[in-house]
Write a protein that binds this ligand. Structure first.
Ligand SMILES: *Cc1c(COP(=O)(O)O)cnc(C)c1O
Length: 351
């Protein structure tokens, strides 16, 4: 086996979707955010499993992702595009029957001119200052936009993973101010907002990270495991350096295992120092720099050379790994490279 193996548990993803779905009322639909290749875990596999679990509404970033998803899901489910209707996207949006979530007056104009009969949604900016119409813009065009029958009006929270952050309530109030009284389904909550409680749910939630086992969905079932094969094991003497720039020097004679997997596989250089991998139940420190395709691990305390080591498992999740690199589970997941052999649990049979 030449590369690492990324084990992806689609049953756990489905269970996590059901658990988040159960948090909102029956009148609130639960969608699924599958942008960036299903958070790095495989757009087609993830979305098909969620469809079988009952999910009917999907969210991706770009029209190109939407097209790929349409091919995977067939004609029924609704696919929303966060980038909205960008110049050059018209043909793809139409062909793949995508719902652009329009982000500006410019996009609204473009959409109504180019695809007047194609369903669309609207993004409102309630304070995050990333995408969506601002209060004054919405006031100026709401009448025209609503006359064209949007299928969804949404906004996005900047701090939903922190229930104590006052920006949540401020954004909620702004969303009410901008949308109360309109006769269009509304959506405000991603994973964090779903966990904030019913005030944040409106008509549709659109969780992403919580499906894939990441914070803030701390009760999620673990979804990923990552094992890396050992390429070579050898002894080194006290005082010898390991890896680029000899950033680690052996304080005593020890044994090193070189493992197949490096920063090109999403094992960020920033994980060092401090990263550990598991040889069975035994933690082993990664020593020396992470290189493009390899990690070096101190295995001096093991009884035997391991055949492989584990980087992620049920007890060592993406968030713990991310903490070590000063980043977030989202970035770890989406960084996991395309070189791994992917093994799915709960994959639907082909055909
Ligand atoms: C990514 C994203 C989501 C999903 O967010 P999670 O925190 O992963 O649940 C929902 N809405 C928008 C606008 C997003 O960009």
């Amino acid at each position: 086996m030449a590369t690492g193996t990324l084990h992806i548990d689609l049953e756990a993803i489905a269970a996590n979707w059901r658990a988040l779905d159960a948090l909102s009322a029956a009148t609130c639909e639960t969608g699924a955010c599958v942008k960036a290749d299903g958070y790095g875990l495989g757009l087609t596999q993830v979305a098909q499993r969620l469809r079988d679990a009952g999910c009917r509404a999907y969210f991706v970033a770009s029209a190109a992702e939407g097209l790929e998803l349409r091919r995977a899901l067939g004609p029924e489910p609704r696919i929303h595009v966060f980038y909205g209707h960008m110049a050059g996207d018209t043909a793809t949006l139409q062909r793949a029957d995508l719902v652009p979530m329009l982000t500006s007056i410019e996009q609204l104009t473009r959409h109504l001119e180019a695809l007047p009969r194609q369903p669309f949604g609207i993004q409102l900016d309630t304070g995050m200052n990333r995408l969506g119409l601002k209060m004054a813009e919405w006031a100026a065009v709401a009448e025209i936009a609503l006359a064209a029958d949007p299928v969804l009006v949404m906004s996005h929270l900047s701090d939903a993973e922190d229930p104590d952050c006052p920006r949540n309530a401020a954004q909620l109030a702004r969303f009410h101010e901008m949308t109360d009284g309109i006769d269009v389904p509304r959506s405000l909550a991603a994973t964090g907002g779903t966990l904030l409680g019913p005030d944040y749910h409106f008509d549709m939630t659109r969780p992403g990270i919580g499906l894939y086992g990441g914070r803030p969905h701390v009760r999620a079932e673990p979804v990923v495991a990552l094992t890396l094969p050992v390429i070579a094991c050898f002894d080194i003497a006290a005082g010898e350096g390991v890896g680029y720039n000899a950033s680690w020097t052996a304080p005593a004679p020890t044994r090193i295992a070189t493992v197949a997997g490096g920063y090109a596989d999403g094992l960020l250089r920033a994980l060092q120092p401090g990263m550990e991998v598991m040889a069975g139940p035994v933690p082993c420190p990664v020593v020396g720099r992470v290189s493009m395709d390899a990690l070096t691990v101190d295995i001096g305390h093991l009884d035997a050379d391991p055949e492989h080591v584990t980087v992620l498992d049920a007890h060592h999740g993406v968030d713990a790994l991310a903490d070590g690199a000063g980043t977030i589970g989202y970035e770890m997941l989406t960084a996991l490279g395309a070189r791994y052999l992917r093994k799915y649990r709960g994959l639907r049979p082909i055909g």
